[in-house]
Design a protein around this ligand. Structure first.
Ligand code: GLN
Length: 511
């Protein structure tokens, strides 16, 4: 089945994938292509509509990105956003100039002509997000203004006959109050899309593309058990089955039962699944180590060593699969495929694994889309909704030295905490929550006898980006239940505290 398709033409803007994501949210298939893409290729893609992104350049300068003017003769509707709008105007013979003291950045009030198809049924006045140094000075023939701000007379423009639209602001960001609806209006009212696309179909397309790319070759994946690598693994399993080997290094510092859950999800899925139970080996290396950075380093290095040993047994592979998602791509420098982020604790991996090419099937997706894809692929919900977990695992949630007994103790306590949070239906509201085994012991009284046992700390935070976080206001009765259960069910914990610091000044993890 061929789907209606929207083409996003990349002029180097900050929010290009966000535009693509919004189009997907409107249930329309979407691809992002460079402005250098030949017109022939664009014609062959047969898009229902084209969106020009923003970009850092000034369109009137010599070396700024521009497309062949034939793009305006395809008979396909176009929406230009910021630089994209400026290019649309410039390309059709209008004029762009430096805005000087009328440049706008951030929150701006705008007024719209509701007769324009892209503002149909929306508010006459709403807030938009601006970010421009240049502005439209003269419109090309056939265009009219359909939106303005105090400083910007051409905040939105249209040539309804040709189905060309331009907005100086960014409809794709959340700060633009009605931006999502405006995009929807363009997609549905102007381009005539019906919204025939789903994540199930994204999965099908991705599977087909992976098959084409891999052919008869072999691929290797390091599975951490986290959401991203699990979804990548499931996708590859469906696409190439036994041509994929995935190596799951279980360092013995996962949450309770997690290693087995990962194995259950993948062992029978047709891939070559290798689980290395390296718990003893890791604990051996960690013996007596108390310094947090030293723990992290030891685990990172040991992880690579174990993975290397296993990879050597397999020999040369054609592809290395990584669960990189879009926010990682941004962080590691957009579009530079050569930069490989140290992922899931596998820093430096490509140096010693012999492979030809990297596959990153989640590269264009945001975290919540990865989860949706996981569901569409039939991945166990437990894995799909797994909260973020640090690569070094429980090692950095056991303050001080690590022993097998402490690991079990923390696993049990943490599992109870998670059970009760889920039972209170808070598991999707609190972004991350876990137990920490402090290195402190204190006196208690149990069964009329004196105890001298560990203090356990509970942590729960709400955050959107994990860069800053606030502690979660978990209801006292939930905390009470957790506390009672843990001291009753887990031996050697006789005191429980709740961490009420935000980040900053604290961090989410304790080490
Ligand atoms: N560089 C152009 C300007 O400053 C476009 C900016 C943008 O696309 N956000 O006006």
């Amino acid at each position: 089945m061929t789907h209606e398709k929207i083409l996003v033409i990349d002029f180097g803007g900050q929010y290009n994938q966000l535009i693509a994501r919004r189009v997907r949210e409107h249930k329309i298939y979407c691809e992002v292509k460079s402005y250098k893409t030949p017109i022939e290729e664009i014609r062959n893609m047969n898009p229902k509509g084209i969106i020009f992104t923003g970009g850092p350049n000034s369109v009137y300068l010599d070396n700024s990105p521009r497309m062949d003017r034939e793009i305006f003769e395809l008979g396909v509707p176009i929406l230009g956003i910021c630089y994209g709008a400026q290019f649309l105007v410039y390309g059709l013979g209008g004029k762009i100039e430096e805005a000087n003291d009328t440049a706008e950045f951030g929150r701006t009030d705008c007024e719209f002509d509701k007769k324009s198809l892209i503002f149909k049924n929306l508010k006459k006045k709403s807030v938009v997000w601006m970010s421009h140094n240049d502005h439209i000075a003269t419109l090309p023939e056939g265009f009219r203004a359909v939106g303005h701000s105090e400083k910007c007379p051409y905040g939105a423009i249209e040539n309804a006959e040709k189905k060309f639209y331009g907005v100086q602001f960014h409809p794709e960001v959340n700060h633009t109050e009605e931006g999502f609806a405006m995009l929807g209006n363009f997609l549905y009212n102007v381009c005539g899309c019906k919204g025939d696309w789903t994540m199930e179909e994204y999965a099908q397309t991705a599977i087909r593309e992976i098959r084409e790319k891999v052919g008869g070759g072999k691929a290797l994946l390091a599975l951490s058990g986290g959401v991203d690598s699990s979804v990548a693994c499931k996708l590859l399993a469906k696409a190439i089955g036994s041509q994929l080997t995935c190596i799951f290094v279980d360092h013995g510092l996962m949450r309770k039962n997690e290693g087995d859950e990962v194995e259950e999800a993948f062992a029978g899925s047709g891939v070559n699944f290798v689980r290395v139970n390296a718990g003893e080996r890791f604990l051996g290396k960690l013996k007596g180590v108390t310094e947090p950075e030293a723990k992290r380093k030891i685990i990172g290095e040991e992880f690579i060593r174990v993975f290397e040993e296993e990879a050597k047994k397999i020999g040369k592979v054609d592809f290395l699969v990584q669960g990189t998602i879009y926010p990682d791509v941004i962080e590691s420098g957009l579009g530079d495929a050569a930069v490989i982020k140290s992922h899931h604790n596998v820093g430096g991996l490509p140096d010693y694994v012999d492979f030809k090419e990297i596959i990153e099937p989640l590269r264009m997706l945001f975290k919540d889309e990865v989860r949706k894809l996981g569901i569409a692929l039939g991945l166990d919900e437990k894995l799909v909704w797994r909260q973020p977990f640090p690569g070094p695992g429980l090692a950095i949630r056991i303050i001080g030295d690590i022993t097998p007994e402490k690991v079990t103790l923390l696993q049990d306590a943490d599992a109870i905490f998670r059970e009760e949070i889920a039972a209170a239906h808070l598991d999707r509201d609190i972004n991350q929550y876990f137990a920490v085994l402090t290195n402190m012991r204190s006196v208690g009284v149990m069964g009329d006898g004196r105890t001298y046992d560990y203090t356990l700390a509970l942590r729960g935070v709400s955050t959107t980006d994990f860069m800053t976080a606030d502690f979660s206001r978990i209801p006292y009765d939930v905390l009470e239940k957790v506390s009672t259960r843990i001291v009753n069910e887990v031996k050697h914990i006789n005191r429980i505290v709740y961490d009420i610091t935000s980040k900053p000044p604290a961090t989410i993890e304790w080490e």
